[in-house]
Design a protein around this ligand. Structure first.
Ligand code: 6GU
Length: 230
């Protein structure tokens, strides 16, 4: 799986890309991440990438030419063009089914906005998929791009090592429930006990308990969400 990240702040990524799971996936050749600075595609002498909005108003708008030319140049690299994903608070909200859909692509171009966003013609010309990571405003799409990479690579075969663990993840599988509670040693800590059933060695009963637990958690969170009017 190949990701091309188009950003004005490529220096935000190496720390994240160096984390163990992703680093190993890159070393094993399962995942490739290329960082491209949109500024490199600015052709004026000041290498400008933004300008004041027509019609006035606060902030700056990212210019259409360097953005479109950057995307086109990156699409030329590699055998097949990738799906263009624009990270923006106006996008469709990222959910596990969307993560699964994105994981089905061989190549994604993640276009990170900043300032007041891109000139609208970027959307008209590139017709990108638009993704938001939640209903709040970030300073730019970079953190969103990291969230997309982080969630998608879990579904790339071989990345997790243990293929079962992605299937058991919360929101995965047909019922999209939350994961059950997990415990490890010690059996007791500050008076808090590990549920007896998990120590029983009865795998059938353990599986049944976990299913009940995960349904209970899912219902609890749904009730919580409904109460808060989200
Ligand atoms: Cl992907 N970008 C920005 N700038 N804000 C966001 C977002 C993305 N997702 C939620 N808020």
């Amino acid at each position: 799986m190949r990701f091309d990240v188009l950003t004005l702040f490529p220096e935000m990524f190496p720390g994240y890309l160096g984390q163990s799971l992703l680093k190993l996936a890159i070393e094993r050749g399962l995942v490739e991440v290329n960082l491209i600075n949109i500024r490199d595609f600015s052709t004026d002498k000041h290498k400008s990438v933004d300008d004041r909005p027509f019609g006035g108003g606060p902030g700056m708008v990212i210019r259409v030419e360097p953005t479109v030319e950057c995307v086109e140049a990156v699409q030329q690299q590699g055998d097949k063009p990738g799906r263009v994903v624009l990270l923006t608070p106006q996008g469709r909200r990222l959910t596990q089914p969307i993560v699964e859909e994105l994981a089905g692509c061989e190549r994604l171009l993640l276009l990170c906005g900043r300032y007041e966003g891109f000139d609208e013609r970027v959307r008209d010309i590139l017709e990108p998929d638009t993704i938001s990571i939640g209903d709040y405003v970030l300073n730019g799409g970079e953190v969103g791009a990291m969230v997309v990479i982080d969630s998608v690579i879990r579904l790339v075969p071989g990345v997790l090592g243990d293929e079962e663990s992605a299937k058991q993840d919360s929101f995965s599988g047909p019922n999209r429930h939350l994961e059950f509670a997990q415990y490890t040693r010690p059996r007791e800590y500050r008076g808090h006990q590990v549920p007896e059933i998990l120590l029983s060695g009865n795998h059938q009963e353990i599986a049944a308990w976990r299913e009940v637990e995960s349904l209970r958690r899912t219902r609890e969170r749904q009730d919580d969400t409904n109460r808060k009017g989200n």
